[in-house]
Design a protein around this ligand. Sequence first.
Ligand SMILES: [Zn+2]
Length: 486
Amino acid sequence: MSETNNATPEKEFAAQYVDRNARAAALLNDSIFYFGELGMQERETSALMTSLLEEGGFKVERGIGGFPTAFCATYGSGSPVVAVHTEYDSNPDNSQQPGVPEPAAIVENAPGHCEGHNCNGSVLVTSALAAKAAMEKFDLKGTLKIFGAPAEEQLVSRPYLVRDGYFDDVDVAFTPHIGAQFGAGYGLVQSALISAIFTFHGETAHAGVSPWKGRDALDAVVLMDVGMAEYREHMLPGTQCQRVITNGGQQPNVIPKTAAIWWYFRAPDAKGATAVFERAKKVAEGAAMMTNTSVDVDVQSAVWPVRGNQTLAELMQAEYERIGPPDWSAEEDELARTLQKRADVPVEGLSRKVTRMKGPAGQKTSANDAGDVSWKVPMVKFYFPSNIPNINYHHWAAGVALATSIAHKGVVAGSKVLASAVLECFRNPDVVSQAKASFAKEVEGNVFFSMLPKDQKPPVQLNFAEMEKYRPAMRAHYVKERPHYV
Ligand SMILES: [Zn+2]
């Protein structure tokens, strides 16, 4: 595949498109940053992204799979079918002013981007428009499908989209994600996860006067938590579970009739996550029995571990070695060093490295809802350099770079690499057949099945109240200028 290392007229044309539209890409990046919308509530974000794709000549289907903020934008026809998908949601209480290397919220306690999914959204749209422009110009055959995937932080949307057939006709898929340098791995790169809310039901009573008349749902939550804490010692290495109590009752003098605990069960594979979940259901039944309550279980999401296809990972590697990391300025490097010092992490400035893949990637304990896609079709998760090295996500420090020239340069570089890889699949269909052949070997013996219950519906109310609470104050900070791609 050495040929992929070469610049081709199609890729040159796409790179020029990206350079010409660097300002639009930055405006889109910053617009999504200031929208700061939580998962399932990405209304402004998806409205802007879909209108830009539509204006650029894509046919857009909004609200796919019952997700109001999901979309599929299509260009071209016939095979191969190349899909690109990513997320654009924020996190709670992660409001942070860009360019300020100390904790400084834009709106106190509000949601915000501290994982750079705003950059993901800009790379998705910018690379799609660039690839489409080159497909049109050079008359390349095939279908480009751009998927907007809501609520990655709660691992919600893509398992539903895969279960409901949206990837059935896809040949290969790419998913871009922010990083501190270029990277793409193959093999198992992340973990499987099942997200489920256990709600216990009892009966209220006056806690001081007649507690014997009550059946306490909070007791059941506490006992389930204790049961799981005891079970942790006996879990297989690499298996984890985490929880928050989402409903612990209303006030102490009323025995809680309803209480709920939300669990994430993580394991290196789907089988392991399922085993822990089945065990947790038994623990919950035990807790219900002990407290004379009942329990119901609502699965929010269930994802397979993200895996990378070797053929596609090597393709990405060739493209980012050719394009190279951004040329950082002294000021950008200085901001990175100041932040690294302030965040107490190794002070190394910005990354100019292009690391070579040395065999399969190491598997992380994190999960991403793209996992199911990666077992359905050959897929690669690709990292582009819009973040500052050594800074951990979901922390105020991870918001500092996200609407600065550091993020913007990373988005430009990432969009060029992604558009080039996509174009390689259209101009050289051998890459697609090779990816399918290596994928068949990689997943041999693992038949994909959706871990979602068959009738499970997307949790459309997720984050609604939290987002509505902060949206009016956040609106004052929205970017006024609309991006315009030419
Ligand atoms: Zn992410």
